[in-house]
Design a protein around this ligand. Structure first.
Ligand code: ADP
Ligand code: DP6
Length: 501
């Protein structure tokens, strides 16, 4: 498909730092997922060139009735993107992503250049990996158990059978990944950033601009400035994230922006973008598993209650947040140390993982005869386990003090059952917590048959929780990178899904 651009961004799991990451004094441990969101930008067919006003059609082939046609009006520096069918369902994430990216392109390259680039109009297709949306209905329709093996048997980009408004999201940050991949694809198509902006993980100026624009659009679409960890993960991949000062975009949080007001604010050289995204990755042979547990909690209301408690109990909250932050930092430091140990002593690391994968974590230190290098690996894994348990205990305490179900009893019971499975390192509730999901870190020894892997043991326990209708997801460090340009043929099922609409 000539002159098409395919860009993808990962989803996210905030393993540690929920609520704290709203304060730039603290950081969050964010793992970007193996599940990715794709934006495909193509010039409309030749027969539609020269259409006025310029039209941009956006299609979401995975949902019923998810096609939006926009008229683009560029008058001087003003860019207005209007939905043709004003009575139809709207998608503010898509509309604002297009409108503000075009406005930035006009500021950067001038009106004539943008109009010339859009002379053929555009067709944009957006698709999320299956894991962004609950596949329970699709699994039961195929009489399949809610297991990883069943999920891997589903066709990629599976049609959900419902309108977007009715989809059960799994909390991987679909809107953040959507916006980041879409603005990145448009910035490339409109030649606002160089074509190689996403060729390496090193944050190029183009990647930084795409991040800043995506953060702005996401906050505008949501009507609030969250911590932004989800967009940062979509842009830069797994990281230790510290939020930017919301003031940097406060002046742009309006229905319309004055011509010329975006470029300087969103520029990577604007030092007011003071977020931090320190590269992070899970150690080898460690898998992040996610269970989509329930219909989900209302994150903004949980956040509102916790922040009210924090405001009314400043001293108590500071002490508790500082304690949680120490556990969060220990978790990230020990996970990074395991990556170093795997590089320094690969054989000792592999042997330790193999042994630990066969027993419960509470027994990991029982054996006294480890050789020195293996003992260091075992002790470091124990520190990770202890950090996860310390985070859980203090997040539960925060929930009790603020009357918010951060780790409610049902989740505590599920997590306690899971972390006692042989080969499971630890777990917790992601992000704001609640009833949405649980995450686990599980060992994955290299030379061990799949049915004996800790992941498989977790699956068999999760399959018993039919009441929780768990649909497990899986993330891993191997593919958890930020925005990247894709080759058509390298994305299984993409061409077929494009034809779905
Ligand atoms: N494939 C898609 N096509 C169009 N819009 C989508 C798609 N997936 C998600 N969205 C938009 O993102 C919103 C969900 O974003 P969000 O609330 O961040 O969910 P989550 O973070 O739990 O995935 C949806 O309501 C919809 O507007
Ligand atoms: C509370 C938070 O710090 C983390 C929320 O993480 P979640 O992953 O729970 O977010 P949703 O996908 O919107 O449900 C709020 C924030 O950082 O913006």
């Amino acid at each position: 498909m000539a002159s098409s651009i395919v860009v993808s961004s990962p989803g996210k799991v905030l393993m540690a730092g929920g609520y704290l990451v709203l304060d730039s004094a603290y950081s969050g441990v964010v793992v970007s997922t193996s599940s990715r969101f794709y934006s495909v930008v193509q010039p409309a067919s030749a027969g539609e060139s020269g259409v006025r006003p310029i039209q941009i059609t956006v299609r979401s082939p995975q949902f019923v009735g998810a096609t939006w046609v926009y008229n683009v009006n560029i008058n001087g520096g003003n860019v207005v993107v209007q939905q043709q069918d004003v009575s139809g369902p709207k998608n503010k994430f898509v509309q604002l992503a297009i409108e503000r990216t075009l406005a930035l392109a006009v500021e950067t390259n001038g009106v004539d250049s943008v109009i010339d680039t859009l002379s053929n109009s555009l067709v944009i297709t957006i698709l999320g990996d299956n894991d962004f949306y609950s596949q329970r209905a699709q699994l039961s329709a195929r009489n399949l158990e809610p297991t990883l093996a069943s999920l891997s048997r589903l066709p990629p980009f599976l049609h959900t059978g419902v309108p977007i408004s009715q989809v059960h999201k799994t909390g991987l940050g679909s809107s953040a990944a959507l916006i980041t991949s879409l603005v990145s694809a448009l910035l490339l198509h409109l030649k606002v950033i160089p074509s190689d902006s996403f060729d390496t993980e090193i944050p190029s100026e183009g990647r930084k601009l795409a991040h800043n624009l995506a953060q702005y659009v996401h906050c505008l679409a949501q009507g609030k400035v969250g911590s932004g960890f989800d967009v940062s993960a979509a842009a830069f991949g797994s990281q230790l994230y510290t939020r930017f000062d919301p003031e940097v975009i406060q002046g742009l949080m309006n229905d319309a922006v004055a011509p010329g007001s975006l470029k300087n604010v969103l520029s990577p050289s604007n030092k007011d973008w003071n977020h931090k995204a320190i590269p992070f990755q899970l150690p080898p042979q460690v898998r992040l598993m996610l269970a989509d547990v329930d219909a989900g909690s209302d994150t903004p209301s949980l956040v509102g209650k916790v922040l009210r408690w924090r405001k009314d109990n400043a001293e108590e909250a500071r002490t508790l947040w500082n304690t949680i932050d120490r556990y969060n930092q220990t978790l990230s430091k020990m996970l990074l140390r395991l990556s170093s140990l795997a590089t320094e002593s690969p054989e000792a690391y592999k042997k330790a993982v193999k042994y630990l994968s066969t027993i419960q974590s509470v027994q990991w230190l029982a054996y006294p005869g480890f050789p020195e290098q293996e003992r260091v690996v075992v002790e470091t894994f124990v520190e990770v386990r202890d950090a996860t348990e310390g985070i859980r205990a203090h997040m539960r305490e925060m929930g009790t003090l603020s009357d918010v179900p951060i780790e409610p009893p049902e989740q505590t019971q599920l997590l306690n059952t899971c972390v006692s499975i042989a080969g499971v390192i630890g777990g917790g509730v992601p992000g704001a917590g609640g009833y949405d999901a649980v995450w686990l870190l599980a060992l994955e020894p290299i030379d061990c048959p799949a049915p004996e892997q800790p992941c498989a043991r977790v699956q068999s326990v999760w399959a018993q929780y039919t009441a929780l209708s768990v649909s497990p997801l899986l993330a891993s460090e191997s593919t958890a990178k930020g925005v990247r340009v894709e080759k058509w043929d390298a994305v299984p099922g993409l061409k077929e899904a494009m034809g779905q609409a």
